[in-house]
Every structure is written in C-alpha cells, then in structure tokens.
Write a protein that binds this ligand. Sequence first.
Ligand code: MN
Length: 264
Amino acid sequence: MGKLNRREILKGTGLIAAGAISGCAMPVIADSKIKTPFSIAQTMIPIVGSSEQFPVRRIYCIGRNYAAHSREMGSDPSREPPFFFQKPTDAIQNVAPGTTADHAYPTLTKNYHYEIELVAAINKGGRNIPIEKALEHVFGYAIGLDMTRRDLQRAMGDEKKPWEIGKSFDQSAPIGPIHPVAQIGHFEKGTIWLKVNGQIKQNSNLQMMIWSVAEQISKLSEAFELKPGDIIFSGTPENVGPVVRGDLMEGHIDGLPNLSVKVV
Ligand code: MN
C-alpha cells in the first residue's frame, strides 16, 4: 500500500499529528493488521430467524417513561423532558426463549429491582432524526430487563453523583433475541408485564409510554449521533420492586416470546 493510502488510513487515528507518517521511531498502526496484546469480545444478540447476530455498539436507556413509574420514583412526569443514560455493552445477558437463565445477584446491593422494558435495536444511524422518519432506523425489537441496584441508584442521586453503580453494572441487561421489524412490525401498543414467582408485579401497556419509540429515537439523536448497533431500552411501567436469590422473573410483551430469568 502506498504512502497516500497510508495517510488516508492514519488520518482518522490522530497519528498524523504525532508524526507517524514521517517515520519517527514510535508505534504505528500497521496498514494491514492491527495487533493487540489481548482480544475483547464484541457483544452480540441473536436475531430470530437468522444465522446472523446483532452486534451491539451502545446501550441507551430512557428514564421515567411511564407516568405512574415516574410518580413512584418521586418525579412529576408532566414537566420532565426525556432523559437517557447508558449501560456498557457487556452488561448484556442473552436469554434464549424457552429457557431460564441463571442471573447472579450482584454485589453491594440490598435492594435489587426488576424493570421490564421493550428494547428497540437500531441498524441505521443519524443525527436530528425527525419523529416521522425515526422508525425507519429500527431493525427490530426485543424484551429486556433494566436491572437496577435501587439502593445505590438512590444514594448516588441523593448526593448528586452519577448513576453508573446503580444502573450500569455487569449483567444488568438480560435480554431476549431481536425480532426483525420485517417479521414482527413495530410496537406502539400491547400488554407488558412482569411476574415474580408466578405473581404479577408490573402490568401495563406500551401505549402508556410518555415518549414513544419514535420520539425517543428523535430526541436521543439530538444529543448523540445514533449508529447501527445501538439499542434503546424504552422504559419501565410502574410497580418496580425487589428480587432476592431464588426468585424467578418472567417478562412478557405481546408479540414477543417471554423472558425467563432466575436470580441465583
Ligand atoms: Mn429502566
């Protein structure tokens, strides 16, 4: 590969400014192959009806997106614009339909909460996406849990510190496979519920969302450039609550197979 091509490749890396082109004795990213001292796994979510998997780039979550849940968290939903937080991609715990996944009770918490949510998976990026075009960016949908160390989330909130330790910890995002829009369409209404040990805890309808999936995509894309591989947890209805070791959580959204997770 000639020098011009090499320059093109290095342009994006910031190495040009460091003098990499002029042949200084410093590490240079090779033209053909980047070597790394270890490898990192790309998080994937299985796609229903396909041998392909969905590579996850970012996990976004909207907060307080059902009015009754917003109120139970001590907020006034009528005056609140949507807000978002992220989980690390390796928070994903894939759960196959028809199976029950063991989910380890996390460290540090004494108040570990379920939040059942519809998840939208993006395969077309963009900035400032208009609401009426937003659903064109959705590849498919899944059912997921935004597991939360509620005591830590609240303590950090009280101290005006970041939420990460309460929301963005290891294995905090159990999720079923992605169902392509081509097969299943979009989700604007439909029952969403969560049972613990066979008892209904959360029970609502997707149409109770304050901000629809399309509105979430539009709002989110004002703050961040969305890219293929981004997924969005669309918020949980009211009656979140705790689980302990031994509890079996079963989540449901009309049109998707149930999600089954046992806390161990
Ligand atoms: Mn949530």
